[in-house]
Structures are given as structure tokens and as C-alpha cells.
Design a protein around this ligand. Structure first.
Ligand SMILES: [Zn+2]
Length: 432
């Protein structure tokens, strides 16, 4: 299928920050074929008139627990420990495949409608989650965050090691790499060095990336230093966990030495500002991470701690927080936010996308030219970074396939999903 976008304001997300007015973007066989202000020759199966609206790379949500849509607003108003132990963990014990599929589809609907074309998902029952991602048409890095407590580690006796192997066999490379599997540790504080070493070898031997929660709270960061005499980044790096492409979620309490290791090893920091603020975890040192040449991307984290998956909100928060904390209106610019949300995210997940350039996958979103909150448009980057909402997205294209358009989901059965969540998943999980 070939598609031509015409009459769009194209944000290319190239290093020169090019914005092309009255642009044409041609898509063929899933990839961007041409970009320019001259109409390309040739016949197209479909022409989409953007009526001057912004066409940009789809957003990349680099840290999500998609099925946690079920816990949106559940147990709010408690500290992290009480919230997890008394509210979240008991509910998670009741998941079955049918309920996790329904809640994953619900989360995907929300993400797709608000412009996400690629995500990194860490959760449980990932085989079923993988099927949901496959059916939705979205690109995803799937992982099962491994947890292991105790003295005697053996891969054969570690349930999460088996799950990583199974997930790898089931989904890695599916549909020309649209789905990938990353190795994953839930976190330093939920595992032991024996597991770190196993997971590092597992990732290296299979050519996988790595996904880990890092230094989300002051308590976790401090306890790790007390335990090992080093920070989580340092402790895990020493065991080889970051010898592959890696994403470190949160990084709120990381230190200058950590940033140097991350820059040297190419570990991407995934900033989750809404979740970090809502749970009172703190403000990640994003300005310093960028200065230290760490690739910084964005994530929503689970809906249970956000409470939405609108990555436009996180982009804006990321920028406002740095300007406020540093008392500097130029600490970060609109373009920094856009890079974190698109091209940096694609790099973090090892994807050939995140920008509009010939040869890249056509992961694109079109914004409503008539949205009152985007008028006037003195500067497209500023409008997107500070004024746009997920609800301004009128079209979502993943790998050249339109999966959402004008409120219609083309790959997910909206009615069935809502019915399954309301009538099956919520009663199962919450007993009501
Ligand atoms: Zn998380």
C-alpha cells in the first residue's frame, strides 16, 4: 500500500530541526519513500490531505506497564509502600490471560489515540500482551521484568528466567522486527547478582536489549549504596547488565558518576515525570543527563501511577520541571522535549524510526489543523511541546498502516474491549 500525505506541516525531527510547510510525505511498503515540497511523481493507493496540520513522527513511550490501565485511580492517596502492598500486588495476583488481554487493549487504545506508535512494555503474562501488540499493529519492545530473592539461584529454578526464554522464542523479531523482546530486570532491589549475571549473558548471547528500573526513589537508591557500596547503575554495570543496548527507567536519584557510565555504555535514561511527581519520587536530573550526553527518552510508566498514557503531557512536564528547578526558562527547549518523545525514544528502543526521512519506518501521526488549542501556530515545535494534547491526534500510522483515524480504531475492537474490561476484567480483579 502506498500513501501520500499532502498539505502537511512536516516536523522532520532531523538535527537541523527542519519544519516543512506545504509538504508531501510519501509512504511505500511501510517505509517513508520521500519527503519534500514538490509533489512526488507516481501513483498512490491513497492520498491524505492534512489541510495544513502537523505531521510528525509518532511518539515513543519507552516505559509502560500497559495492562495497568485496570488500576487507574485505584488506591490513590497512599504512600508507595502501602499502595503497592495493599492495593496493586493483591490485584496483580488475580490476573488471567483474558483480563490482561482486555486491559492491554484498553491501554493500547489510549496510547494509539494519543499518538504513540512504539512502546516498551514491561509486565507479566507477556505472551498474551505480545499477541495484543501484534494484533494492534503497533511496534513494541516486550519484556518480563525478572525478580529473584534468595540465596540459591539457578536458571532452571528461576521462573522469570524461563519466562524470558519463552517470550524470546514466541515474539522476538515478529513481523519484520515490529515486535522485539528485551531482556529485563525488574530492579536492583528485587534481584541478586547471580540473576544480574545470568540476564546479562542472556541478553548478550541473543543480541537483545535490556530494560531495568533504576534509582526511582531515594530510599531504593540509598539502600543499594548501603548494600553494595555503589549505586544501582554502578552495581549492575559491574556485572555486565549494560553491555547491550539498555534503557534505565526513572533515574531520578542517579549521580554524576552514573551519568558518565550511562554515556559511555550508551544506556538511555527514560524520564517518567508524571509518575515521579505523582508518587512523590522526585525530579530526575534531566538537564544534567543531557549535558552528560546521555540519551534521554520519555515514558508514561503504568497508568496506575500517572494516571494517563498521554505522552504529550509527559513531554510538557519534562520541560516545565527543568525550567522550574533550574530557575532558567531556557534550561530545556521545545525541541528537547520533542527529541525525547520521538527520535531519542526510537534510539533507546533500537528502532529505525522517530524521524521523517526516506528509508525509515513510516511511524507517523497527524494532528488536527482545526484544534482550538493549536491556533495560531507561530512555531510548530512550541505548539506541540506546550499546547498539544493526545486528543489532537487525528491519524496514527504504524509502519505505513493507518491503525487509527478520526476517532476510529482500525485494529482494535473498541466495543468488545470496553465490554471485556467492564464486564470481565474489573469484576475479576476488584470483585465488583
Ligand atoms: Zn515502571
Amino acid at each position: 500500500m502506498s500513501i501520500l500525505f499532502q498539505n502537511v506541516t512536516a516536523l522532520l525531527m532531523d538535527p537541523a530541526h527542519t519544519v516543512l510547510s506545504n509538504a508531501y510525505v510519501a509512504v511505500e511498503e511501510g517505509r517513508i519513500a520521500s519527503v519534500g515540497t514538490e509533489k512526488p511523481t507516481g501513483r498512490f493507493d491513497r492520498t491524505i490531505d492534512g489541510r495544513g496540520g502537523i505531521l510528525m513522527p509518532g511518539l515513543v513511550n519507552c516505559h509502560a506497564h500497559t495492562a495497568m490501565t485496570a488500576m487507574r485511580g485505584y488506591g490513590d492517596g497512599h504512600d508507595l509502600h502501602t499502595w503497592l502492598n495493599e492495593y496493586i500486588f493483591p490485584v496483580e495476583g488475580r490476573w488471567d490471560d483474558r483480563s490482561i488481554r482486555a486491559c492491554t487493549d484498553l491501554g493500547l487504545m489510549e496510547m494509539i489515540a494519543s499518538g504513540v506508535t512504539c512502546l516498551a512494555d514491561m509486565y507479566m503474562r507477556m505472551n498474551t500482551v505480545g499477541q495484543a501488540m501484534a494484533d494492534a499493529g503497533i511496534s513494541a519492545n516486550l519484556c518480563n521484568g525478572a525478580i529473584f530473592f534468595g540465596e540459591d539461584f539457578s536458571p532452571a529454578a528461576c521462573d522469570d528466567c524461563r519466562k524470558q526464554e519463552e517470550l524470546f522464542s514466541a515474539w522476538h523479531g515478529y513481523d519484520d522486527g515490529r515486535l522485539r523482546v528485551d531482556a529485563a530486570l525488574h530492579a536492583e532491589y528485587t534481584s541478586t547478582p547471580a540473576l544480574w549475571e545470568w540476564i546479562a549473558d542472556f541478553a548478550k548471547s541473543r543480541g537483545l536489549g535490556m530494560h531495568v528500573h533504576i534509582s526511582e526513589t531515594r530510599k531504593e537508591h540509598g539502600e543499594c549504596k548501603a548494600r553494595w557500596g555503589k549505586t544501582p547503575i554502578q552495581a549492575l554495570a559491574e556485572r555486565g547488565v549494560f553491555d547491550v543496548r539498555a534503557i534505565a527507567a526513572h533515574c531520578v536519584h542517579t549521580e554524576p558518576e552514573d551519568w558518565a557510565i550511562m554515556a559511555r555504555k550508551g544506556v538511555s535514561a527514560v524520564h517518567n515525570p508524571a509518575s515521579n511527581l505523582k508518587l512523590g519520587s522526585g525530579v530526575a536530573p534531566v538537564g544534567q543527563l543531557i549535558k552528560a550526553r546521555v540519551n534521554v527518552a520519555l515514558g508514561t510508566d503504568g497508568v496506575s501511577s500517572n494516571n494517563s498514557t498521554d505522552l504529550f503531557e509527559d513531554m510538557k512536564l519534562a520541560l516545565l520541571l527543568q525550567n522550574g528547578v533550574h530557575e532558567d526558562p531556557l534550561a530545556l527547549t521545545a525541541w528537547d522535549g520533542l527529541e525525547m518523545g520521538t527520535v531519542n525514544g526510537a534510539k533507546a528502543l533500537g528502532r529505525e524510526s522517530g524521524a521523517i526521512a526516506p528509508g525509515l519506518w513510516a511511524d507517523l501521526i497527524l494532528l488536527d489543523p482545526d484544534a482550538p488549542n493549536l491556533i495560531p501556530c507561530h512555531d510548530a515545535a512550541n505548539n506541540i511541546a506546550y499546547a498539544a494534547h493526545g486528543s489532537n491526534v487525528v491519524l496514527n500510522m504504524c509502519r505505513g498502516r493507518v491503525i487509527y483515524e478520526q476517532g476510529e480504531f482500525l485494529t482494535i475492537d473498541r466495543e468488545k474491549t470496553l465490554r471485556e474490561v467492564r464486564e470481565y476484567a474489573v469484576p475479576l480483579l476488584f470483585g465488583k
